[in-house]
Ligand binder design. Sequence first.
Ligand SMILES: Cc1ncc(COP(=O)(O)O)c(C=O)c1O
Length: 456
Amino acid sequence: MKLGVDTPEIKNKLDELFSLILAEQSQVTGLKESNPEKKHLVEQYLQEYAKNKGRGFFFNYLSSGRGHGPFTEQIDESIKYDLIGGIGPNILGHSHPLYIKGTLEAATTDTIMCGNLLSYQEPAELTRTLLSSVSEKSKLRHFWFAGSGSFANDNALKIIWQKTSPKNKIIAFEKAFAGRSIATQEITFNPAYRQGMPQHLNIEHVPHFNHFDQENSLKETMEHLNRIWTKDKDNVCALMIELVQGEAGFNYGTKEYYQSIFKWAKERGLYIIVDEVQTFARTRELFAFQMFELDEYVDVVTIGKALQACGTFYTEELNPKPGLIAGTFNGSLAALRVGNLIIEYLLNGHFYGESGRMKQIEENFLSRLRYLSNNSCKGKIGYIGGIGTMLSFEVGDSSKSITDEFIKTLYKNGIICFSAGKDPYRVRFLVPTCLTDDHIDEIFRIIEKSILEVII
Ligand SMILES: Cc1ncc(COP(=O)(O)O)c(C=O)c1O
């Protein structure tokens, strides 16, 4: 695809620049302590930033813009493993050649952001790639960009409500996280995220799969669904679900669990929205709904994060009337181009399926966590779980205080991750696909050391 200006001279210079940038970034090869003379810089810089923002940061972290693979460098020259990837977007690892290539190519264009009024090839190509990755078995036929995962979810809700008006009740799931917009903060289960907010929507939450009571999970969910249906069947229009609940610490059910719920919904004429903002590209298939073989049921699917952009898939039947969904931005030309390159790379490489890289990473992490919990860290690690590159575990009594202390200790020892869940709290990794066995060996030496340091 021709993009921007591409004379032979520009092409040569871009190739040269690509190699120079990659070679320079590739020097970030391993853990490093901060330079004693620059140690104060991160805190000093963040102090002013935090003051301007009105809130401090969980980590004293400020990237220098240099990093390679799983490693990220800060302005004090320290280097750590990045196992959270900006809470999802950085799926391939720092300075991946495709990030550099796509961004340089986008720099040859005449503008930065593109949107719905005056289009470019980038959003069109990305839309084609996305639709061809879902269209075979599912009914999803259209895709519309949005500025954030929250807004992609807002669009999902609007599309449903327009179709089913005046019905408006949405069934959501306990422990769900759907975003920070005025609508999605109500789909989100945790009331702490909407303190003082007026309530606008008609949402009811039902229990999601319970990993610790798998046998009764479906029965419990069904009882709640049937209760809602009995009292409010004339007003229920859709069910909205994250198949792998990200903020809940990667809680997920079985194929049979989801198929039963989805069949129940379809028998009652309800639409099904699947929020894949966090799961997109990170499970054992490009979409979690494909992994659970739910293609035939889904009506609306939202994605974000690893795509480098966000948006909403929907069926022909749900194509909304003009004017309902729009917005200035599709995304930056660089992000849309790189998003396309990422998907093609993941689909053409051996990343998905039962023998794919995603499953290998998952098994590698889970088996090593289990080994620690049965040996040197016996009694110090609780729940271990996750899927693909989304992995989580509990430490100590799984309280907020011990989990935060452990995460800060991991940080001090060279690993960046984050928490998830609430009573119990979990340690959350969103790992990059570029990890090698040597990296994972070193990561587990740090995890073991940190557990032994914090959990007495
Ligand atoms: C499942 C899920 N849905 C929606 C969102 C909201 O996405 P954004 O932060 O891009 O608005 C998130 C963000 O973490 C998410 O994990």
